[in-house]
Ligand binder design. Structure first.
Ligand SMILES: *Cc1c(COP(=O)(O)O)cnc(C)c1O
Length: 465
């Protein structure tokens, strides 16, 4: 063994303790640190030739890289839909690396069964029936892509061909219809060989991001052959929800594959007051839910559900002499894009085991309450206006006077030390959005963000002209 590896092995308990203390200091600093530090990335250095050991690596990381990291794990990072990491999820993730299982088959141990237990819990959490099978993947983009891959095989089944065997050309032209699809849907279609051009956006309801069911029905009548509909349960700009039951009723008449992108919207199911927004979620043929957003587990984690595990195994089976046959309960290696995979479910398992439905409901409801507080504050600030009602956990707003992308970027910059918000464009209007999904965020944080926002608006240079 290399002497430095041997030395680190000798000191392992001590080195882990040093690392733990470092982590604690980082977490303690989150509330005080600038949310987005104003610092350039350090210059890249050459590959170290000599072994300096773990402690030297930790020192270098702390000196050169850590100061430039955002406080995305903290309470005032409201960009994208980011989530944080609950204490139990953090412990679960540490232990995932510690035990370093390859949770893809039953050949060596029980790792993949822990994922099955976790998927069962998640199904319960979102009110899904046991008609749905699930597997964990690295994020909602991958979950959408796997769902669309199963849809692709279903289209083949309808036409008497198998794209998994014969290639996607066997399908001819494919249509994917959606009201306000997330950008990852087009990316998934590109990866799957169906092509970004397969995606047709359908008119939404007036002033909304939810699809107009009548417009969808017209589009279905004009579409030849079987197609896929991507329903949206929680759009990123205004958290709007398609009428899932109406879409499922159309599916029964027109026979399409219904994929639901509920990356973070699925969490509405945890709040009795908001559960109606995802009524019909269970009717999906395939369903995407992110876990590294509102479940507050670390990157990278999402779950993908489907009612057609047989088609999923047709796409993802990995025939090899040393892996078992598919059987009735295929090993995870036959269900996901990866072969070797970490025991990704452990962080989700820990947070669900530690806080249960009740603890996670509290996170969801507190985030929603904070979004309403900020929404009311935005309405009260002269110079700002909401672009949509606060339906769940996102506040989408703009400047009343010359709301250009440049002025909104300047406004976000003025806030960056206190809070991080991301820019967007809603129906052609540049805007900012604040998304609440971190378990640490409180009403006190929200009031602090609102005060910073008011200050930043006041200090914004007047529009020219
Ligand atoms: C975040 C998000 C995605 C993509 O998720 P990643 O985890 O970034 O891959 C897809 N759809 C919706 C609605 C999202 O909010």
């Amino acid at each position: 063994m290399h002497p430095q590896l041997a030395a680190d092995l000798d000191r392992l308990p001590d080195l882990l303790e040093v690392t733990r203390r470092h982590a604690v200091t980082f977490l303690d600093g989150l509330a005080k640190a600038p949310v987005v530090p104003d610092r350039p990335a350090p210059r890249a250095v050459p590959l170290p030739e000599e072994a300096a050991g773990l402690q030297a690596a930790l020192r270098d990381f702390a000196a050169r890289w850590e100061p430039g990291l955002s406080a995305s794990a903290g309470p005032r990072y409201l960009g994208f839909v980011t989530g944080g990491v609950t204490p139990a999820a953090l412990a679960g993730d540490w232990l995932t690396a510690t035990v370093d299982q390859n949770a893809m088959s039953s050949l060596d141990a029980t790792g993949q069964h822990l994922e099955r237990e976790t998927v069962g819990w998640l199904r319960d959490l979102f009110g899904l029936s046991d008609g749905h099978h699930g597997a964990l993947v690295s994020g909602a983009t991958m979950s959408n892509t796997v769902g669309l891959a199963i849809a692709r095989e279903w289209l083949g089944e309808r036409l008497g061909v198998s794209p998994a065997e014969d290639g996607v050309a066997a399908l001819g032209t494919v249509r994917v219809l959606s009201g306000s699809p997330h950008s990852s849907v087009a990316k998934g279609l590109s990866m799957l060989g169906l092509g970004r051009a397969a995606l047709r956006t359908v008119a939404t309801l007036p002033g909304r991001e939810a699809v107009d069911p009548e417009a969808l029905e017209r589009a279905l009548r004009e579409t030849d052959g079987p197609c896929v509909v991507v329903a949206n349960a929680g759009t990123v700009n205004t958290v709007d929800f398609d009428d899932l039951r109406a879409l499922a009723a159309l599916r029964d008449r027109y026979g399409f594959w219904l994929h639901i992108d509920a990356a973070f919207g699925a969490f509405a199911a945890l709040s009795p007051e908001h559960a109606h927004l995802v009524d019909g979620l269970d009717l999906a043929d395939s369903l995407c839910v992110d876990l590294h957003k509102w479940l507050n587990v670390p990157y990278d984690s999402a779950v993908q559900f489907t009612r057609r595990r047989d088609l999923q195994a047709r796409v993802f089976q990995n025939a090899a002499a040393y892996l078992g046959p598919l059987g009735e309960h295929p090993d995870l290696v036959h269900l996901t894009p990866e072969n070797s995979r970490r025991m990704r479910a452990l962080a989700a398992w820990f947070t669900l085991r530690a806080y249960g439905r009740d603890g996670h409901r509290e996170i969801v409801e507190r985030c929603v309450a904070c979004a309403h507080t900020l929404g009311a504050a935005v309405e009260a600030v002269e110079g700002l206006c909401l672009l949509a009602p606060v339906r769940l956990n996102v506040v989408c707003f703009t400047l009343t006077e010359s709301p250009t992308a440049e002025r909104l970027a300047a406004l976000a910059d003025g806030l960056a030390a206190e809070a991080f918000l991301t820019p967007t464009v809603l129906a052609g209007r540049p805007a900012l959005r604040a998304a609440f999904s971190n378990w640490r965020t409180t009403q006190a944080d929200t009031r602090r963000i609102a005060a910073a926002l008011e200050r930043a608006v006041r200090e914004l240079p007047r529009p020219r002209g």
